[in-house]
Write a protein that binds this ligand. Structure first.
Ligand SMILES: Nc1ncnc2c1ncn2[C@@H]1O[C@H](COP(=O)(O)OP(=O)(O)OP(=O)(O)O)[C@@H](O)[C@H]1O
Length: 586
């Protein structure tokens, strides 16, 4: 049993003990903690996709007001109000997220602050509905079979039951195909897109789900206390939620529970101790929270639970299964047939023409070397072929299909000049990401454990790909412990996992030691022998001449040669382009 599962059981047992056998006061503290644990968890969900919100308590407020108002005005059961609150929070998040999904970093953080404040102002301004600053009283309690669930003991069980379910769901999703996609969106957006993950879609849907969890917390809060006012849902509420998430570890569901215990526990202690010290000491409360945050940021920047988890965790192995079916096996093509057509491609960056009227054709089974002096346009050309740069003149087609369509079908996969891996994941997980387009299991399948068969097949295929690049013994290592050479091989294995028709390798030998270069050359030879079609951008001419079956040379954005390696080596235009580097350069 993993540390998270054990932690989950311990928390469940403690909650049950205090709720059933503890004092009424302790149960009431626990009930509020469960509600704030949900707010913290909503921010963890958001953080998993690399987003942060400084206004999330506003969604909690939307859930609270929507549920309270619906029940008060229609007489519906509070459970219906809770679901309505969930919907209102989700819908508001969808609207806001659609408008702000292209923002990043501090621009996004400032936007979340702005709409958080705006919604809190609305709660105050719509006094006819919300009671304004005086709040809304007399909110109906939860009842089930005539029994109130809004008393402290049942509410502690209910709120923590919800929180533990959300933790369980997050833990399941993190280990799934969706979890790998979230990691890719958070850490490597360009890589995520290149493997068919919609960065904007993932960010928007995590924002919506996160707001719904916050809205659910708000609904519980309203029906538990029977009274709501705008103040818990303003900036201070959002900061409290953030503290809960950050103290435990913003990327860890169990961390949010630990954060809740620490932040709410501190709150409880301060409220008991400070008034006893002096009548004005209560105003110093924020100071203690500030000290807590600074201490955590200094000594445990990844969060307290995450530190513990790293120290104690054992990485579970993935179950085996039958490998995924191969595209090549389903529809083998003829060696030598035209595969990729680059037709009159042009790219301009302002006044700089990075590519002008570049055309060439790639045939199945070839290793095409794409070379040229610095600034020749190789990377730009590579970005066009791999679909990273879609704003270009001319056309690129794979087997006659437009590139966008071919990419959606997984026809191309690439490695990156500067490796783009998920540092906190294992080698196997990183390679499994390459199969994103080849399976369909989503969030619900992960939560209900219906993705086990798919995951086993993806893991089996990933092991095959790791064996092809000679890294099968390193499957369970964390990527952050690998050498540069090993990282490049992981990238190749991940690209192979996409089962592409064309493999694009961007300067795979850059920065490698001699032994690693030799290993890489052997690997590319072996891949070619297995029928892979490869485009190779590389500065190391020995490697290009040893591996390429044909070489395309660019100079100042123009194609100056397209021939066999030996002919390119003698071509006067190529020698002139490399003038200053000597004949040995090419
Ligand atoms: N995003 C960009 N904005 C402006 N100019 C760019 C951009 N990307 C590339 N360029 C310019 O386009 C030209 C081609 O650049 P590119 O990086 O494709 O060349 P390269 O052959 O890959 O060079 P190197 O071998 O040094 O990586 C260069 O003049 C470069 O300065």
């Amino acid at each position: 049993m993993g540390i998270e599962a054990r932690g989950l059981l311990v928390v469940a047992a403690l909650v049950a003990l205090v709720s059933v056998a503890g004092a009424e006061f302790h149960a009431s503290v626990l009930a509020t903690m469960g509600i704030y644990a949900l707010l913290g968890l909503s921010l963890v969900i958001l953080a998993l996709s690399g987003q942060v919100s400084l206004g999330h308590a506003a969604f909690m407020g939307l859930g609270a007001y929507a549920s309270a108002l619906l029940v008060a005005r229609t007489g519906l059961h509070p459970a219906a109000g809770l679901i309505a609150g969930l919907g209102v929070s989700g819908a508001a998040a969808w609207l806001i997220g659609s408008a702000t999904s292209s923002l990043r970093g501090h621009f996004l953080a400032l936007t979340t602050l702005a709409w958080g404040i705006a919604l809190a102002v609305c709660f105050r301004a719509a006094a006819d509905w919300t009671g304004g600053a005086s709040g809304l009283a007399g909110i109906a309690p939860f009842t089930l079979f005539g029994q109130s669930l809004s008393a402290p003991r049942p509410m502690a069980l209910l709120s923590w039951g919800c929180a533990l379910l959300v933790v369980f769901a997050i833990l399941r999703v993190q280990r799934s195909r969706t979890g790998r996609a979230l990691g890719a969106v958070r850490q490597q957006e360009v890589m995520a897109e290149s493997f068919g993950i919609s960065v904007s879609g993932v960010r928007l849907w995590t924002f919506v789900v996160s707001a719904m969890v916050a809205g659910w917390a708000g609904g519980l809060y309203a029906h538990y206390l029977g009274f709501i006012s705008p103040s818990p849902f303003d900036l201070s509420g959002s900061i409290k939620g953030l503290m809960i998430a950050v103290v435990g570890g913003e990327l860890s569901a169990m961390g949010a529970l630990a954060g809740t215990g620490i932040v709410e526990g501190l709150n409880w202690v301060l409220q008991a101790v400070l008034p006893a010290v002096s009548s004005t000491a209560s105003s110093l409360e924020p100071l203690f929270y500030g000290v807590l945050i600074i201490a955590v940021m200094l000594f445990f920047p990844e969060g307290l639970w995450t530190r513990l988890d790293r120290a104690l965790a054992t990485r579970g192995t993935r179950p085996g299964g039958v490998a995924l079916p191969s595209r090549a096996g389903a529809a083998p093509g003829e060696a030598g047939e035209p595969l990729l057509d680059v037709e009159a491609v042009g790219v301009a960056f302002g006044g700089v023409k990075a590519l002008s009227d570049v055309s060439f054709r790639l045939h199945r089974g070839e290793v095409l070397g794409l070379i040229g002096p610095n600034g020749a346009g190789k990377s730009t050309c590579f970005d066009v072929i791999s679909g990273v740069n879609a704003r270009h003149a001319g056309r690129v087609r794979l087997r006659g299909e437009p590139l966008a369509q071919a990419r959606a079908a997984g026809g191309l996969a690439r490695s990156f000049q500067h490796t783009r891996l998920l540092e906190d994941r294992t080698v196997l997980d990183n390679v499994m990401l390459g199969a994103f387009r080849r399976t369909r299991s989503g969030v619900l399948a992960a939560v209900f454990g219906r993705d086990a068969k798919d995951e086993a097949r993806v893991a089996a295929s990933a092991r095959d790909c790791l064996a092809r690049v000679g890294l099968d013994a390193h499957a369970q290592r964390l990527v952050e412990t690998l050498s540069l050479g090993e990282r490049r091989l992981v990238e190749v294995a991940r690209a192979l996992m996409a089962d592409p028709e064309v493999l694009l390798l961007d300067e795979p030998a850059a920065g490698l030691r001699r032994a690693d270069r030799e290993r890489l050359v052997a690997l590319i030879r072996a891949l070619r022998a297995q029928g892979c079609t490869i485009v190779l951008v590389e500065h190391d001419m020995d490697i290009v001449m040893a591996l390429a079956t044909r070489v395309v040379v660019l100079d100042r954005g123009r194609l100056i040669a397209d021939a066999a390696p030996a002919a390119v080596r003698r071509d006067p235009r190529v020698i002139e382009a490399y003038l200053g580097m000597g004949d040995e350069a090419c």
